[in-house]
Design a protein around this ligand. Structure first.
Ligand SMILES: *Cc1c(COP(=O)(O)O)cnc(C)c1O
Length: 493
């Protein structure tokens, strides 16, 4: 590859007067000059001037520097980097969906509203809850919405003092963040040595905080990929104290078709459509974090909602107890189309295989590598698990080194240094999408890296060797970020 070409900015490739198109001469001179002078530029826009091939090659080469699920195995724990089947993308790109305007009358877009409505219903059925809103645009946005529902519920009963949320120390960082944004106070419950919620610690907190508890947030399987088997006891404790149970469903993948949060006693939950239901994500979007509630809490959900009444799908905006609007229009519709296609293409029968397959894949990798990587918590995991670095600590090769070396072999690195419960966390989530060959290839490479750590540790410590950019200095990059073109020019001059 021509390093010089793709290393340049498009502005540096500019040559004055060069164009990527030629248009016929304008025969209608008068039509261009009617804009008021105050709206016109004083000078020409400073845009790069390039021919079409330069532009196409520039961006194509840049795109080769990225790594996505379509390039290779992407076992990024806690993120469920699921393949988005081509048919999802094709259907989401159909003109009948992309040509819609959010303000057009309901009778002109019944097909889209029907899809929206049926997705609401499918999610309710898959989770055992009563009703879903598809409005939130991310998992964290869903958490905030769900907690607002919980607040509204307590407020409606005059329970104004319920302002505390119990959150496990292993929770995803968005949980305490959402609670804080919702104006709630966070009370942390400890994990025990098995990586599960410490029920004794929880009992102490419930005793202490009783009438002030608004909710407890739980992730199941938790961030270590372990099923919280004390849930019946935990939900009873919280319900008896008058609090509600919130289920962070970003890890719903291994549960799909196997069990339902509603049946476990949860009152409110969110789902990450962009994880469990296949939309590609990362880099900030697009996402969708639908929120579901059990019977009795529906009235508090935000609006607009899509309902079916008098033989027609309708967008409802007036609900007296509703939170009102939490975002623009009905949410990220493209993500919903992909999620609905994913559900339909698996069907009632095969969707049951998602959870068990994701679980089997994760356990297979764990068991195949635990003799060379440190497994801090033994036993069955769900869709993901955590190693605490290499087993042989004498080589000085760290989790960071292993992650960088994986790039040389064409694999995306797992999540590293999260969760914070261990020093050298390496969190692996294969999802149900991968073939046995791909997974065996990954296992082989992980073993190879463990071997290299012993025989040639420098090779691993200086990786990656094959990527366009080698190892970046994380600290310098964080402390001295170069975020503008001018800054870069100043730095290199
Ligand atoms: C990804 C994730 C979230 C947050 O979802 P976003 O869409 O990134 O806001 C919350 N909780 C858990 C457990 C997650 O894995």
């Amino acid at each position: 590859m021509n390093n010089k070409l793709y290393g340049n900015l498009i502005f540096e490739l500019s040559k004055a007067g060069r164009k990527g198109y030629s248009l016929p001469q304008n025969l209608y001179q008068h039509s261009t000059s009617e804009l008021p002078a105050t709206l016109c530029r004083k000078q020409e826009a400073q845009l790069p001037e390039c021919d079409e091939m330069t532009v196409v090659r520039h961006y194509t080469n840049l795109s080769h520097n990225n790594f996505g699920v379509n390039d290779g195995f992407y076992p990024l724990g806690s993120c469920t980097m699921k393949y988005n089947p081509a048919i999802n993308e094709e259907i989401a790109a159909m003109k009948m969906f992309t040509g819609l305007h959010p303000l057009q009358p309901a009778e002109t877009c019944q097909h889209a509203l029907e899809l929206y409505f049926r997705l609401q219903e499918s999610l309710a059925e898959l989770t055992g809850l009563s009703e879903f809103t598809l409005n939130p645009c991310a998992g964290a946005h869903g958490e905030l919405t769900g907690l607002m529902v919980i607040r509204a519920y307590h407020e409606s009963r005059g329970d104004h003092q319920r302002t505390k949320v119990i959150i496990p120390d292993s929770a995803h960082g968005t949980n305490p963040a959402s609670a804080a944004v919702c104006g709630l106070e966070i009370v942390e419950v400890k994990s025990n040595t098995e990586g599960l919620v410490d029920v004794e610690d929880l009992k102490r907190l419930v005793e202490q905080e009783g009438p002030n508890i608004a909710a407890m947030m739980m992730t199941n399987p938790n961030t270590l990929g372990i099923f919280e088997h004390a849930i019946p006891e935990i939900t009873k404790l919280i319900h008896d104290a008058g609090g509600l149970m919130y289920y962070d469903g970003a890890n719903l993948n291994p549960m799909l078709g196997a069990c339902r949060p509603g049946d476990m006693g949860f009152d409110v939950m969110h789902i990450n459509l962009h994880k469990t239901f296949s939309t590609p994500h990362g880099g900030g979007g697009p996402g969708s974090g639908p929120v579901g509630v059990r019977a009795g809490l529906e009235a508090f959900l935000p609006t607009p909602r899509v309902v079916f009444r008098d033989d027609m799908f309708r967008v409802e905006t007036t609900e007296p107890q509703s939170l009102g609007s939490i975002g623009a229009f009905l949410g990220n519709f493209g993500v919903m189309i992909k999620a609905y296609v994913y559900i339909l293409s698996l069907g009632r029968e095969h969707i049951k295989e998602v959870g068990p397959l994701a679980t089997l894949n994760a356990n297979y990798i764990k068991e195949s590598l635990k003799d060379v990587y440190e497994l801090p918590i033994e036993g069955l995991c769900k869709h993901e698990f955590v190693f605490d670095g290499l087993k042989d600590k004498s080589t000085g090769v760290t989790t960071m080194d292993v992650a960088k070396r994986l790039l040389d072999y064409g694999y995306h690195a797992p999540t590293i240094y999260f969760p914070l419960l261990f020093h050298e966390s390496l969190m692996i989530e294969p999802t149900e999408n991968e073939s046995k060959d791909t997974i065996d290839g990954f296992i082989h490479v992980m073993r190879q890296i463990a071997e290299e750590a012993k025989t040639d540790p420098e090779l691993v410590k200086t990786a990656p060797h094959t990527t366009p950019i080698g190892r970046v200095d994380d600290v310098l990059a964080a402390k001295h970020p170069i975020v503008t073109y001018k800054q870069m020019l100043n730095d290199t001059n």
